[in-house]
Design a protein around this ligand. Structure first.
Ligand code: PEP
Ligand code: MG
Length: 576
């Protein structure tokens, strides 16, 4: 009888393969004293280890196939940057000198300090940075503790294997397709970690948060990873193996079918045209948007411009990034979201001041942006200047009051006047939109719709705030439910408000890219979806399979249902 272990499926698809235990714990480190006359030798040993770790990462980077999008290799670049950061290069040296201690111990002390700062943050992307610190430190510790080069995924024979680890670095994950890794399972990590995002984008079935996986799953045995259900199966019998072999064949057939949809229109069965937009984080992601045949960019998360660097981007740097995207998109619309940083997302890694008790409810998104003139003014000038070169829209994250909209409008007016005076051209019609991702904004969507040119529903945060669950905490992940009646009611209300005001409403949270919800959203009246480029074709297929007129009545009836279980059943019936 097969045994099932449960975790969080972060990348759909299933895999059958032989398990491979990867030892990647932070190594045990002990402290010992270094005689004063050998302290400088210890410093040199530390610096040599950092250099070796850097060389390993550069080797990994060089081995990544050239067609892998820059978005993926940027994780390696982030690790390389960390390895050059004084917090990891100079601080341990000071500790070695001040305490006359061994390099491993100095590095451990500094790692504990840094990790503490990151642990207090609640933002998904920055929490991923905490993992990055751990991964980089582990790499240096491996070099310090071993005469051999650190055991690396590269050195292992991983063809067809299912990797089981406590956690994995993005640098490890990015090489997996080239090494033929069938799937991976980790004991820790949430669905929004860099590693999880990579797995999804690279199409590797993956499950995270499988507690005790290394204890419960033996090395070298055939196991199954069902990324869709978030289940690992072991102690298999022929029936279950045959079931999954058939499913794998079906998945392959479906993938082949999908590429044929690239140049097909996103038209529903009853002839309604739907707009399919893409989300990007970096300018380098833009070619994938064009390649997949998306209609434009519905969410450009510009906060990534501020990350992994000691300084703040200036107007020219913003402009260069936006122009690159506009040029690549070649006439398709580009929605630039103003930086969505928060109290915990200080660009200097939170070293400026104390971390708020409840950072998700603190100074983040538009609140911080409006407060920090150094942040909002250069960005706004660059967006306006960019608007002269292509169809640009600007979008405000985390709106909770209309007052914020008024403040942004005033700032835009001031910036326009400044540019006019300087004879710098910009688009006088630049559209201003707002994200509906705070319940207050969703409840009052009609008010926002009267003062904005478009709305965009950010379901990631809307669900987090509506259900009061931290979107990156795997302990409460089971409560993260896009089908909760409260969430559906808020989405429906926002769509109604957009229709009444005659302005477009997009959805750019993860829900928009999940084809299980496409029919439901179409039935609610959503006409613009924005998602990771990799999800575009699957959602397009769901749209082409749907008669919107036919599903609308069933979907509206769903809004009356109060039990989550019944909603899930109705959704299944709707998508069957
Ligand atoms: C959202 O909250 O749904 C969203 C798209 O914004 P982000 O994921 O960047 O917070
Ligand atoms: Mg958000």
């Amino acid at each position: 009888m097969p045994l099932a272990l449960h975790g969080i499926g972060v990348s759909r698809g299933c895999a059958i393969g032989v398990s491979y235990h990867l030892q990647r714990n932070q190594p045990e480190v002990i402290e010992y004293a270094i005689p004063q006359d050998l302290v400088e030798d210890e410093v040199l040993r530390f610096e040599a280890a950092v250099a070796e770790a850097r060389k390993q990462l550069e080797d990994i980077r060089a081995r990544v196939a050239p067609n892998v999008p820059a978005e993926f290799t940027s994780f390696i670049d982030a690790h390389l940057l960390m390895l050059a950061d004084p917090a990891l290069t100079e601080a341990p040296v000071r500790l070695i000198r001040n305490h006359a201690c061994n390099a491993e111990w100095a590095l451990k002390l500094q790692r504990d300090l840094l990790v503490q700062v990151f642990d207090d943050m609640d933002d998904a992307y920055l929490r991923a940075r905490r993992d990055d610190v751990d991964h980089v430190v582990r790499r240096v510790q491996d070099v310090l503790l071993s005469d051999e080069p650190a055991p690396d995924l590269l050195a292992s024979r991983l063809e067809g294997r299912i990797v089981i680890a406590d956690d994995l670095t993005p640098a490890d994950t990015i090489l997996m397709p080239h090494q033929g890794v069938a799937a991976f399972i980790t004991e820790y990590g949430g669905p929004l970690s860099h590693t999880a995002i990579l797995a999804r984008n690279l199409g590797i079935p993956a499950i995270v948060g499988v507690r005790h996986a290394r204890r419960l799953l033996a090395d070298d045995e055939i196991i199954i990873v069902d990324g869709q259900l978030g289940v690992v199966l072991t102690e298999l019998d022929e029936d279950i193996l045959n079931h999954y072999r058939t499913r794998q064949k079906e998945e392959q057939r479906q993938r082949r079918g999908l590429t044929k949809l690239k140049r097909q229109p996103a038209l529903s069965r009853d002839g309604q045209a739907v707009t399919l937009l893409a989300n990007i984080e970096l300018p380098e992601d833009a070619p994938a948007v064009v390649d997949i045949g998306a209609d434009g960019i519905g969410l450009y998360r510009t906060e990534f411009l501020y990350m992994n660097r000691p300084d703040t981007p200036d107007e020219e740097e913003h402009l260069a990034a936006y122009l690159h995207v506009i040029k690549t998109l070649d006439g398709r619309p580009v929605t630039i979201r103003t930086a969505d940083l928060g109290a915990d997302k200080q660009v200097d890694g939170g070293r400026r001041g104390p971390v708020a008790t409840n950072p998700a409810l603190g100074l983040r998104g538009v609140r911080l942006w409006l407060k920090d003139q150094e942040m909002c003014r250069p960005q706004l000038r660059a967006i306006l200047r960019a608007s002269h070169h292509g169809p640009v829209k600007v979008m405000i994250p985390m709106l909770s009051t209309l007052h914020e909209v008024m403040q942004v409008r005033r700032l835009i007016e001031e910036t326009r006047a400044e540019l006019r005076e300087q004879h710098i051209p910009f688009d006088e019609q630049l559209a201003l939109g707002g994200m509906i991702e705070v319940p207050a904004a969703a409840v009052c969507a009609a008010h926002f719709a009267r003062h904005l040119d478009f709305l965009s529903i950010g379901t990631n945060d809307l669900i987090q705030y509506t259900l009061a669950i931290d979107r990156i905490d795997d302990e409460v992940n089971y409560l993260y439910d896009p089908l909760h009646p409260a969430v559906l009611a808020l989405i429906a209300n926002t769509l109604r408000a957009g229709r009444a005001a005659g302005i477009p409403v997009t959805m750019c949270g993860e829900m928009a890219g999940d084809s299980r919800y496409t029919r439901l959203l179409l039935g609610l009246g959503l006409e613009q979806f924005s998602m990771h480029p990799n999800s575009v074709l699957e959602v397009k297929r769901a749209i082409r399979d749907t008669d919107i007129g036919e599903v609308a009545a069933a979907v509206n009836a769903m809004l009356e249902i109060d039990m989550a279980d019944e909603l899930a059943e109705r959704l299944q019936a709707l998508t069957a």
